[in-house]
Design a protein around this ligand. Structure first.
Ligand code: SF4
Ligand code: SF4
Length: 448
């Protein structure tokens, strides 16, 4: 299914100057200025930041704090769009060198959906990357504006080579979902350095290293089960590479850069079309009459997307980025940002949840935890403020997938309690060294 473009131009666009982790951008437009599509409106002031561009043609109404889907108010450029489709001149940079690619990513405003500016993932200060991964397990082939699966496979392969060049990495892999048959078919048979590609299943103890050798190639495509969760990066890295990431560290600490399909596509567009990152594909759920995937301009208020859909019933809650791990919104004025992956509408009935009751020790939460934690214990200790014990039980390994809360027959708010404890621990141990862990499934000792 092809993603559909949201045709309606909203009356007002709100483009936050911070859509990434790190430093907020400096506004470089002011009230009354006219802007074009793709024009830079926010300038990075540090390496750990990423430029921001206008997604419409129009007049700047204000530069002020506005609601952001992360729940805070963020300095934003408010634009009144016109019907004009005039863009700034897009200049492709097909022969960009390694350092030019890094600069291009920052200038084109490319960030990962989990917040990190992509250039900082590929070239983290003081670290060396030898392996680049594109995690495509959360999106089918259309999740990045492609007309056909073959176009997706070919562009992703080109994007991977660009990412590897930018990172100066010797190896690269695209990880797709094992039930995403269309993508698997599209990748099978692609020519890589004169060899026909074969999608490698990550089963048993076979990690990427095995297939790099088996296929005698520095670029491979592998398939595995979908992993979801808010903090999956370390777990994902361990699962596909066998490299263990310490609690408090991230994959770049073991030489791995994990990028998403959207940022890979954004880099492809920046290099081959000269386009900055000003529109994104989101998934809309809970609405009738909406395509599953929608291509929208960054800065579009949620309400303008919701209006185009035929929602049955009274809206009880709007959630950004998934009902289990996302953030419930207090207003539909919040805009789509580079970090928005989905919008979910729930009816009032769907929002109602019975009161939690006592744990019946059924261990269902233990059975479903993908990183071998004991959520029933963590939940009790978090509730009692016993954070040191939570830490000893490796609460930091929780990827916040929410499976424990979903299966709990006692309707205990396990995930919220775990997050509460993790936040408290993060504050208390802000200056502590990364913690070693003996958690068997995830492991946290570094190295392969
Ligand atoms: S504790 Fe719960 S939310 Fe955390 S990883 Fe395990 S199942 Fe997922
Ligand atoms: S699933 Fe719920 S009731 Fe069962 S052990 Fe876990 S916390 Fe207790």
């Amino acid at each position: 299914m092809e993603s559909k473009r949201l045709k309606k131009i909203p009356e007002k666009m709100t483009i936050p100057l911070k859509q990434h982790e790190g430093t907020i951008c400096e506004p470089i437009v002011k009230k009354g200025d006219q802007v074009l599509i793709g024009q830079k409106i926010g300038q990075s002031t540090s390496y750990y930041s990423s430029d921001v561009h206008s997604s419409v043609c129009g007049e700047v109404l204000a530069v002020e704090e506005a609601p952001h889907p992360n729940g805070n108010k963020v300095l934003s450029v408010i634009i009144q769009p016109t019907d004009s489709m005039e863009t700034v001149e897009f200049v492709p940079k097909e022969n960009a060198s390694q350092s030019e690619l890094i600069a291009l990513m920052q200038e084109a405003g490319i960030v990962e959906h989990y917040g990190a500016p992509t250039h900082t993932v590929l070239k983290p200060e003081g670290k060396k990357i030898d392996l680049v991964l594109i995690n495509s397990t959360a999106s089918e082939w259309i999740g990045g504006k492609y007309k056909t699966p073959n176009e997706y496979a070919s562009q992703m392969m080109d994007a991977l080579k660009l990412l590897m060049k930018a990172a100066e990495a010797s190896k690269g892999a695209i990880i797709i979902r094992q039930d995403d048959k269309e993508s698997i078919e599209a990748f099978e048979g692609v020519d890589v350095n004169g060899k026909t590609l074969k999608v490698a299943p990550l089963v048993g103890k076979r990690r990427l290293g095995h297939y790099f050798e088996d296929q005698d190639s520095n670029i491979i495509v592998a398939s595995q089960e979908r992993i979801y969760g808010k903090k999956i990066l370390n777990f994902f890295t361990y699962n596909v590479t066998g490299r263990k990431v310490r609690i408090g560290c991230d994959p770049t600490d073991v030489g791995v850069a994990v990028c998403g399909v959207k940022s890979a596509k954004a880099l492809y567009d920046a290099v081959y079309e000269g386009k900055p990152y000003y529109e994104t594909v989101i998934n809309v759920e809970g609405m009738v009459g909406c395509p599953e995937y929608m291509l929208v301009r960054i800065g579009t208020p949620f309400k303008d997307i919701i209006e185009t859909c035929d929602f049955k019933g009274e809206i009880g809650k709007i959630v950004a980025n998934g009902v289990i791990t996302g953030v419930a919104q207090y207003t539909d004025e919040v805009p789509v940002t580079k970090g928005t992956t989905r919008i979910t509408l729930l009816t009032k009935e769907e929002v109602l949840r019975d009161q939690p009751v006592a744990c019946i020790h059924c261990a269902r939460c233990v059975d479903v935890c993908p990183v071998s934690l004991v959520p029933s214990r963590l939940n009790v200790m978090a509730d009692q403020g016993r954070f040191d014990e939570c830490r000893q039980m490796h609460i930091g390994n929780c990827i916040e997938c929410g499976r424990c809360a979903v299966v709990c027959p006692s309707r205990i708010h396990i995930l919220q309690l775990i997050r509460y404890a993790k936040n408290a621990i993060e504050k208390a141990y802000a200056d502590a060294a990364p913690k070693e862990s003996s958690n068997l499934k995830l492991g946290c000792c570094g190295g392969e």
